[in-house]
Design a protein around this ligand. Structure first.
Ligand code: PLP
Length: 435
């Protein structure tokens, strides 16, 4: 159904070699140029493809459509802001009222007292800002030799140069030659591996430890019990900045405003994007704790963080974020995630014993991953689910089903997905047996 060829591409008649001029992200263009699925409309937890099929959006696009699609309230606020002033830069002393308001609002939500906020256009910008600031901070306070960045196997921190350099998914890092090289990976959930890495490099050389509280793109891997709090302690003991990447987990995805809140963390730096606007406009943010901001902000400081992006503090993107936060609060959507957590977890566990299922992970908010036996089987399951109106996709090594629905999904819709998935698994098992 979603494999469109030159005769039936849903977009009119076109040359099979020229279906698209768009270089798609993370795509094998030799295949994708002739095989497009267009997304043309959305409403709540549903999206429509170019052929008129309605699908339940189980990954919420890329983990971001948290308040659901088609919110007129955000559209109206955005239109109003564009008519008033679409954007103006915030370099130097120039201020964007929506960005000022959003930074203060975030300050009130973050589990980091007195945090300052630096805006960019997405998660990779936020990670880039955090990485550069970690290095700049240590240089500024007299420890320029603290440069090593530690991150975890399987982690995903976006694909700008810094995020690519610290990538824990090997395929995302390979093929470029040396990037930022002072990086070391530790085992995803083994605290001794972090301890050993700091010992190996020497605490006086380690600048920061980057971690996703729940590994997302690497396959939805929740933290081992007490891993994160112990990691934070180890970082504190060794004067290593503790950087929590909440690009996926922020803004309610784990049933708390931030996963840092759920796991009792107080990071030095925190990155955010996606759920900050639920994807209505591109926006990312880096929250900076007192330890890091103070030397730059104190009276008479001569220190400058010579970093900025054209759209840092973009008026309209920040306005979209403010209305998104209004919706999350007014509709108690973070609480709703907590209520739906056991429904999703029970649903996912209901297929755990199927012959084709290797592992199920989740139990944290509206996040789940299901590993199946092979990449081909995973692709077949995605196709079967699509035919029954359920959209999922593959992450990690390509055999993990990605489930992170919009917060407005109903419990019954999650359960219905469980039934469709179960039928898809049986159908694929039959296909495998008869092939
Ligand atoms: N960090 C994490 C944990 C992510 O999952 C992502 C994107 O999926 C990013 C950073 C990068 O965000 P973006 O794709 O908006 O640049």
């Amino acid at each position: 159904m979603n494999e469109l060829d030159s005769e039936s591409n849903g977009t009119g008649e076109r040359d099979s070699q020229a279906v698209t001029a768009l270089w798609h992200p993370q795509a094998n263009m030799s295949k994708v140029k002739k095989s497009l699925t267009s997304w043309v409309a959305g409403d709540g937890a549903y999206i429509w493809d170019g052929e008129g099929n309605r699908l339940l959006d189980l990954p919420a696009s890329l983990w971001y459509a948290n308040v659901g699609h088609g919110r007129a309230e955000i559209a109206d606020a955005v239109a109003d802001q564009i008519r008033t002033l679409e954007a103006y830069n915030t370099y130097g002393a120039f201020a964007s009222p929506p960005a000022e308001e959003l930074a203060l609002r975030l300050q009130g939500l973050l589990p980091m007292p007195d945090a300052k906020v630096f805006f960019g256009s997405g998660g990779s910008d936020a990670v880039e800002t955090a990485g550069k600031l970690a290095l700049r901070y240590w240089g500024a306070v007299g420890y320029p030799e603290k440069r090593v960045i530690l991150s975890r196997e399987n982690c995903y921190h976006g694909l700008h140069l810094f995020g690519t350099s610290v990538a824990g998914i090997e395929a995302n890092r390979s093929g470029y030659g040396p990037l930022f090289t002072e990086v070391d990976l530790v085992a995803t959930n083994e605290i001794d591996s972090l301890r050993a890495a700091i010992r190996r490099h020497g605490a006086d050389r380690v600048a920061a430890f980057f971690c996703e509280p729940v590994v997302g793109g690497g396959g939805v891997i929740p933290p081992a019990p007490s891993y994160l709090i112990e990691a934070q302690e180890i970082c504190r003991e060794n004067d290593v900045l503790f950087v929590v990447d909440e690009v996926i987990t922020g803004f309610g995805r784990t049933g708390e405003w931030f996963a840092a809140g759920r796991y009792g963390l107080e990071p030095d730096l925190m990155t955010m994007a996606k759920g900050i606007t639920s994807g209505y406009l591109p926006l990312g943010a880096t929250a900076i704790g007192r330890k890091v901001w103070e030397p730059f902000w104190e009276d008479d400081s001569q220190l400058l963080f010579r970093h900025g992006l054209t759209y840092s503090g973009h008026h309209t993107a920040c306005r979209a974020a403010l209305v998104n936060l209004d919706i999350l609060e007014r509709e108690s959507l973070v609480e709703r995630v907590r209520e739906l957590e056991p429904v999703l977890w029970d649903t996912v566990r209901s297929v755990a014993d199927h012959e084709l299922v290797d592992d199920v992970r989740g139990g944290v908010g509206l996040l789940a991953g299901i590993d199946v036996a092979s990449n081909e089987i995973a692709e077949a399951i995605v196709r079967h689910c699509y035919e029954e109106g359920m959209l999922t996709r593959l992450i990690g090594s390509g055999r993990t089903l990605h489930i992170s629905p919009p917060f407005v999904i109903e419990a019954g819709e999650i359960e219905a997905f469980g039934e469709v998935l179960s039928r898809a698994l049986d159908a694929v098992l039959e296909e495998v047996a008869s092939s």
